[in-house]
Design a protein around this ligand. Structure first.
Ligand code: T3D
Length: 261
């Protein structure tokens, strides 16, 4: 698939996906959502060991392109189709990719854009980034997993306020309340993202993927169920070459060299 609204770059086993509709703050039309899903799927190939999701221009993403849902002389599209095909499919793709995804939030993230951020494994925000559950301003409910992720990340009182008031939350506040992994000064933002991506790309990729699988289940599983799952996934991790290399390297007091297998 060739891409019109995103860019996909692969270098040193790190895939960088860039939302690229800066004139409309990288808001999603249906094609951009399909392209993003396709790019995430592409990252399942073994030549990718870490993924960076970021965006072009001054914003990360302003959610749904509202021009697309309010066409001048046509009936409005069925909103359920958009939620299912653009957003639910994207969140499922992010969570089911068994590779670490860093979201590098370069500016404002609003509506579905804010919740796609929360679905990623690591969120590094530039200090000028902000987060806004904008849905309430247009009579909608938070989608793209927002009602699931936010209360778990920041607790009910703050999540409710964010979702019902739709205020812009500065990156520093988002960090302070545990919503994101890190805030970076503008000058070091790109370097900080690159450093984390490089570090992750050299780790035991299969082990990280299985960890993500376990995290996916952990938030709704029983302890009993999670212990069973850990047993099963540890069996898979323990059969990788990287596990053997990790143990040998430890015993030989040298740094491990993982190949992601
Ligand atoms: O079908 C469905 O709707 C279901 C799916 C729902 C998922 C959702 O995401 S619903 C929520 C949709 N998003 C929003 O409601 C956010 C709308 N945007 C904003 O509130 C603000 O633009 C921001 C807070 C994100 C940024 O504010 P600011 O002041 O930095 O920028 P701005 O001046 O508002 O926007 C700059 C341009 O981008 C402007 O166009 P112009 O005047 O330069 O020609 C603006 O219209 C455009 N833009 C911003 N957001 C969107 C958009 N155009 C289309 N869709 C947008 N979402």
């Amino acid at each position: 698939m060739s891409y019109q609204f995103i860019r996909f770059e692969l270098s040193d086993q790190i895939a960088t996906i860039t939302l690229n509709r800066p004139d409309v703050l990288n808001s999603f039309n249906m094609l951009m959502a399909k392209e993003l899903q396709n790019a995430i799927k592409r990252c399942e190939e073994p030549d990718v060991r870490a993924v960076v999701l970021t965006a072009e221009g001054r914003a990360f993403c302003a959610g749904q392109d509202l021009d697309e849902v309010a066409p001048a002389e046509k009936p409005w599209p069925d909103i359920r189709d958009i939620v299912r095909e653009s957003y639910n499919a994207t969140i499922k793709a992010i969570r089911s990719l068994e590779k670490p995804i860093i979201c590098a939030v370069n500016g404002v993230a609003a509506g579905a854009g804010a919740n796609i951020v929360l679905a990623c494994d690591f969120v590094i925000a530039s200090e000028r980034a902000s987060f806004m559950q904008a849905f309430c301003h247009i009579g909608l409910i938070p989608d793209s997993g927002g009602t699931w992720f936010l209360p778990r990340l920041v607790g009910l009182p703050r999540a409710t306020a964010m979702m019902m008031l739709g205020e812009k939350i500065p990156a520093a506040d988002a960090f302070a309340m545990g919503m994101i992994y890190k805030v970076s000064p503008e000058e070091s933002f790109r370097d900080d993202v690159a450093e984390l991506a490089t570090r992750l790309s050299k780790m035991a990729t299969r082990g990280l993927g299985l960890t993500k699988h376990a995290i996916n289940q952990a938030l709704s599983n029983t302890l009993e169920g999670q212990l069973d799952l850990e047993e099963e996934l540890q069996g898979a991790a323990g059969s990788t070459d990287d596990y053997r290399e990790g143990v040998r390297a430890f015993l030989a007091k040298r740094k491990p060299v993982f190949h992601g297998k």
